[in-house]
Structures are given as C-alpha cells and as structure tokens.
Design a protein around this ligand. Structure first.
Ligand SMILES: [Zn+2]
Length: 366
C-alpha cells in the first residue's frame, strides 16, 4: 500500500505562515513601486526609490524630476532629498553636482532655482567660492549683467536696483577711462564721459536749421532732428514763445578748439568740470541743440525754458542735463541743452523723470 504524504498539522501551519510572509513581502514593494509609477516616476527609478527606503518621503510630495532623473546617480545624496524635491530641474551641464555644491554652501531653494534659471555656466562657478547671501537680490534686477558682478559688489550703495543701474552706466569708474567708443550713428546713440565716438564717426543727413528757428546760418542737425526742431520752434512761436537753435552739430576739431580755448583761459580743473573732451560731446551726434531765447539772457529764467520742460518731449526732445541728475550725467546742470531721441523715448523719459543715461542702461544697453 502506497503511503500518502500527509503533512502533520504543525507543518501545515508553518507552511501557511511562510506563504503569507512571502506574499506580503512581495505585495508591498510591488504596490509601492506602482504607486510611484502612477506618480509619474520612471519604473526603474521607482524601484530604486523603494530600494533606498525613500518611498515614504517621496510619495506624499509632488513629482520631482530631479529625483526621477538622478536617483541612480552616484552623486545623489540622500540627505539632500528634501531640497531636491523642491528644486526645479534644468537641463544644464553637471546639474546634480552643481546643486549639491550650492546646497552645501547653504544657498536656499529660491536662490538655487533663480541661479539655475538665469546664470551662464561660466558665472555659476563664481557662486562656489563662498556663499553670496544676496545673490537673488542681484539676479532679480532686470538689467543685471554677469560681467559687472564684481563691480556691483565693490560699488554697492544700499539699493540693488540702483547699484546695478549705476555700475552699468559706468559711475564706478573715473571719467574718460576704459571708455566705449563707437563709429556708428543712431538716433539713440549715447555719448558721454564713458561713451565716445571715433575719428571716423559720420553723422548722416546733416541739414541746416531754417533761419526762423536759428540764431545764425551755421546750425546743423540730422534731417529728422532738424525737422522735429523746426516744427517745435514754429508751434512755440504761435503760442508766443521764442525757441532758437544756438549751438548744434560740432565735429571733433571744433570741440578740440573749444577745449583748447578754455584750457588756456581757465585751466584744467575748469575744463574737467565744464568742458567735454573732444570725442565725448553730445554735440558730435547732430542730435543736440543748445537753445536760446531772445527774451532772456539767461535761458533758465526764460518762459521758453519752462515751455521746453513741459513740451519738448512731444517733439522728441529731452532735457539732457537736469540739475537733479548731475551725479549721473556727469555734466553740470545745463538748462539750454536738449537732445533729440524721438517722441516715444522722450515721452517715457519725461513721464518717468529719468535722464538719458538711466533710460539707456535700462532699455537699450544689452
Ligand atoms: Zn550743449
């Protein structure tokens, strides 16, 4: 007779318990992995998240592209998981290594997101030397320029926006040093003690200002500026104002003669203060006009001056060297000097109480 294999009761219980343990231990990883997959994680990343015992920390939070992409990377640091979960992923070179460095230096999540979204790879490494606690304040200024960063820090005046703006203008440098020179004319050209013109600079379309709007027959501006000026002069005449071009286009030689004349008469310190070096005068552009009124010897006390302040922008002219902006323009207040920039820019400058250096640094200096 064949002997039936019958398990005794204690063995049956033991096998059942083992079977339950096997099923349960297999069930929970599978369930967890599929929950992670449902949470948008890649299958293999999900297995790894579970394997590294990070399931609980990951599952309750929003999907993290960093965790998904780098969980199997040697540089993935478990202790940085919370930070990884909140940092935005950017497709950048050495991304994980770099954010690890930033985390070690105690940069915040907001700092790191801003840095990743804004700075170049070259600039990135600058942030590894030491913790720059106010990096976000600089990066949040629209016209922040990486190449000027060290100058911002050296110049810092208590206001981030103004620091960035003023250094971009060049105010941290001495006049006439390390200047930008251009040979190209444009209606928006900036000429000042930091920005000059080269010898071969040519103003296109110089035309003579009509005699009813000029003190003599030797005043020239670009065709566009002259047309705008004459329209302004004649509209003003109709209202009883007398606005005449007194000094307009001047070439480098003419400015040199002016420079030499005053140097001989009053010396260097006078020139430094009141005369612009040849190559750096806005009169070289054919867009500037010194205005005279027959009604008053001192333009500032004339009714024409007031009229110009209120109406110049409607014709495209700005008051170029206001008293309140002397520290920025580097030119002593000149009530008579106006500059053609076109109506749109002139109106913006008028409405926002800017000087041209500020406008230029904010919108034109790329
Ligand atoms: Zn002038």
């Amino acid at each position: 007779m064949k002997k039936r294999l019958v398990l005794k009761l204690p063995f049956r219980i033991l096998f059942s318990v083992i079977a339950i343990i096997v099923i349960v231990t297999a069930y929970f990883p599978i369930r967890s992995v599929f929950k992670l997959v449902n949470h948008d994680y890649n299958f293999f990343s999900s297995v790894e998240i579970y394997r590294r015992d990070l399931y609980e920390e990951v599952i309750d939070k929003e999907y993290s592209e960093i965790v998904d992409k780098y969980i199997k990377d040697d540089n993935f640091k478990k202790e940085n998981l919370d930070m990884y979960m909140d940092i935005d992923y950017y497709d950048r070179k050495n991304f994980l290594t770099n954010i690890n460095k930033l985390i070690d230096l105690k940069y915040t999540i907001d700092d790191i997101n801003l840095i990743n979204s804004k700075v170049s790879d070259e600039f990135y490494s600058k942030l590894f030397d030491e913790y720059v606690y106010d990096i976000s304040k600089y990066l949040n200024v629209d016209y922040f320029k990486e190449k000027n960063f060290d100058r911002y820090k050296a110049y810092f005046n208590g206001n981030y926006e103004k620091t960035v703006l003023y250094v971009n203008i060049g105010l941290d440098k001495d006049y006439y040093t390390d200047t930008n020179m251009t040979s190209e004319f444009s209606n928006t050209i900036l000429v000042n003690k930091y920005n000059g013109i080269t010898e071969d600079f040519v103003v296109p379309d110089l035309v003579q200002i009509a005699s009813d709007c000029s003190v003599d027959d030797e005043e020239y501006m670009t065709k566009e500026a002259a047309t705008a000026f004459e329209k302004m002069c004649r509209d003003a005449q109709k209202e009883g104002y007398d606005i005449l071009a007194n000094s307009t286009y001047r070439d480098i030689e003419a400015q040199q003669r002016t420079w030499d004349l005053y140097l001989g008469l009053y010396g260097q310190s006078y020139n430094d203060k009141y005369v612009t070096k040849p190559g750096y005068s806005e009169h070289h552009t054919g867009l500037s006009v010194d205005i005279k009124s027959k009604n008053a010897n001192i333009f500032k006390s004339s009714k024409e001056y007031k009229w110009m302040l209120e109406n110049g922008h409607k014709y495209g002219f700005i008051h170029r060297y206001p008293e309140s902006k002397v520290d920025i323009t580097g030119i002593a207040s000149e009530s008579w000097h106006f500059r053609y920039v076109g109506k749109e820019i002139a109106t913006y400058i008028y409405e926002n109480n800017l000087c041209y250096e500020e406008y230029y640094a904010m919108f034109l200096d790329k």
